[in-house]
Design a protein around this ligand. Structure first.
Ligand code: PGA
Length: 249
C-alpha cells in the first residue's frame, strides 16, 4: 500500500430515497466506526444529503454531492450550488462523472468551471476521467485521459483535489479493468501530475480507480502502487458488498 491515505468512496447515483439513505447511513456508521486508517466518503443523491449529514456529521465517514453547478447562485432552475453542499457539511463533490458527460452534455470546459467553483466554495473536487471502449481500442487512452485532466484541472493552483480514473467500458458492466490495465493508466496520470504540478503534488494526490469494483477485486487493485482507492457504484449500495471493500487489505 502506498504512503498516501487510501480512499474508499461510494457513489450512490440515483438510488436510495431519503428514508432508505438514513437507514443505510446509520448501519454503515455503526459497522465501520473502527476504521481509521483510510478515508471513507459517500455521495448520496441531493435529496438524501440532509438526512445523511445528520447521521454522519460526527463520524469517520465524509459525504459529498454527485454534481453541482459552475455558478455560485442565480437563475438556474433545478440546479444545486457548491454553497448548498458545503452548508450541509459536504466536504467533497464529484465532477465530470462519465454519466454526466455522456447523458447531460458535460464537457471538459464545464468540468473545469465546476472544479474552480468547488475549490472556491471550500469543497474538494473528485475529478473523474476515463476513456470509452472505442478510444481504448484505438489506443487513445493516454491522450484522452490527459486531455480531460489538462482542461478539467486547468484552474487548480495549490489546492487539494482527488482524481478518479474510471474507464467508461468498466462502469456498471461487470467488466473491471485488470489491475495491470488500471495501474498503467494511474501511472500515466501520476506522471502527468508531476509535469503539471511538480513532483510533490504528484506524490500526494490520491488517484482512485472506478468501474465494477467488488469485494473480489479490491485487494488486487489496491496492491498496485499508484491505485490509492476506489470509487464504487453498484457495490456501494449494499453493506454486504461495501463493508468488505472498505476493509480491503
Ligand atoms: P460501478 O460504478 O461500480 O457500478 O461500475 C462506478 C462509478 O460509476 O463510479
Amino acid at each position: 500500500m502506498s504512503k498516501r491515505v487510501p480512499i474508499v468512496a461510494g457513489n450512490w447515483k440515483m438510488n436510495k430515497t431519503a428514508t432508505q439513505a438514513r437507514a443505510f447511513a446509520i448501519q454503515l456508521r455503526e459497522r465501520i466506526r473502527n476504521v481509521t486508517d483510510r478515508e471513507i466518503i459517500v455521495f448520496p443523491p441531493f435529496t438524501a444529503l440532509p438526512v445523511v449529514a445528520d447521521e454522519l456529521r460526527n463520524s469517520n465517514i465524509r459525504f459529498g454531492g454527485q454534481n453541482m453547478h459552475w455558478e455560485r447562485s442565480g437563475a438556474f432552475t433545478g440546479e444545486v450550488s457548491a454553497d448548498f453542499l458545503s452548508d450541509l457539511g459536504c466536504t467533497h463533490v464529484l465532477v465530470g462523472h462519465s454519466e454526466r458527460r455522456r447523458d447531460f452534455g458535460e464537457d471538459d470546459d464545464t468540468c473545469s468551471r465546476k472544479v474552480r467553483t468547488a475549490l472556491d466554495a471550500g469543497l474538494i473536487p473528485l475529478f473523474c476521467c476515463g476513456e470509452t471502449l472505442e478510444q481504448r481500442n484505438a489506443e487513445q487512452t493516454s491522450d484522452v485521459v490527459k486531455h480531460q485532466l489538462s482542461i478539467g484541472l486547468d484552474s487548480v493552483k495549490d489546492e487539494e483535489f482527488i482524481i478518479a480514473y474510471e474507464p467508461v467500458w468498466a462502469i456498471g458492466t461487470g467488466k473491471t479493468a485488470t489491475s495491470t490495465q488500471a495501474e498503467e493508466v494511474h501511472r500515466w496520470i501520476r506522471e502527468w501530475l508531476g509535469k503539471r504540478f511538480g513532483p510533490a503534488v504528484a506524490e500526494t494526490v490520491r488517484i482512485l480507480y472506478g468501474g465494477s469494483v467488488k469485494p473480489n477485486n479490491i485487494n488486487e487493485l489496491m496492491a498496485e502502487p499508484d491505485i490509492d482507492g476506489a470509487l464504487v457504484g453498484g457495490a456501494g449500495l449494499d453493506l454486504a458488498s461495501f463493508e468488505p471493500i472498505v476493509r480491503f487489505k
